[in-house]
Design a protein around this ligand. Structure first.
Ligand code: ADP
Length: 247
């Protein structure tokens, strides 16, 4: 459903993505993990078509910058880009018009309810708290019901209620056959959610593993993460724990 093939992106001399390739199936949630600066946002922005890069990306068989790909591809950025002079309702109306959606009001209201924004419909973008902006950002990304959805650090800034609602929605979308790619640097925030994990560091994919493959190794995702990004293996960790136990 989503194919990333040999993508390389440089910002001047900075090699942000170095020959990145992966394939994601429908009905799956993939987490993209990596320390700050690993290249996660760069690969997400490349997929969504915001950046120029070398390599090829297809969505549902269409090249990612085509109109057909754009119809099925959604992106929820880390930083909400809201209009200060539009109300919450007007943001949703505006988006629905852009996507030529006619029958969207019930869905929009259900999303606002879910994220506890129903009583904020008449508030302007610049009257919303940071968390409310984050929630409206999610509603806007979810309203068109994309087949392939990229979420960049989606849990940051959300309260526990909204995190729970978002996790439920992600599971529902997976059950509906959608393809989800969730980038984060906070492993705990996605631990129960993923089917495949990609671990990125210094612009490269250092691990690409399914939940079943990881379970077969007996490692946790966190252990694999540190092994891959810091070269720490389990014996080192045990040693480290014993050493710190002595202190
Ligand atoms: P992540 O999302 O994993 O934190 P990014 O994709 O934002 O990583 O960044 C990858 C690398 O590219 C970093 O070294 C970062 O400093 C650099 N970078 C990101 N955006 C730009 C930009 N617009 N101009 C120059 N360098 C950038």
């Amino acid at each position: 459903m989503l194919d990333v093939s040999h993508v390389t992106k440089k910002y001047g001399k900075v090699l942000a993505c170095n020959d990145v390739s992966f394939h994601l199936d429908p009905g799956s949630v993939t987490v993209l993990l990596g320390p700050n600066g690993a290249g996660k946002s760069t690969i997400m922005k490349s997929i969504i078509g915001f950046l120029k890069y070398d390599g090829a990306i297809t969505v549902a068989g269409y090249t990612n910058k085509s109109t057909d790909a754009r119809k099925v591809l959604g992106y929820i950025p880390e930083m909400p880009a809201l209009y200060p002079n539009l109300t919450v309702s007007e943001h949703l109306d505006f988006l629905a018009r852009a996507y030529r959606m006619s029958d969207y009001k019930d869905k929009a209201n259900a999303l606002l309810d879910r994220f506890e924004l129903s009583d904020k419909k008449k508030k302007f973008g610049d009257e919303l708290s940071k968390g409310m902006q984050q929630k409206l950002n999610l509603c806007l990304g979810l309203l068109p019901d994309p087949k392939v959805l990229l979420l960049d650090e989606p849990m940051i800034g959300l309260d526990p209620h909204a995190i729970k609602q978002l996790k439920d929605l992600i599971e529902q979308m997976r059950a509906d056959g959608k393809t989800l790619l969730v980038s984060t640097h906070i492993i705990d925030s996605v631990d129960m959610l993923w089917d495949r994990a990609l671990i990125m560091q210094s612009g490269q994919i250092k691990a690409n593993i399914t939940r079943a493959e990881l379970e077969a190794t007996g490692k946790t995702l966190e252990e694999l993460f540190f092994e891959v990004t810091e070269g720490v293996n389990q014996e080192d960790m045990q040693h480290h724990e014993t050493e710190s136990g002595k202190e």
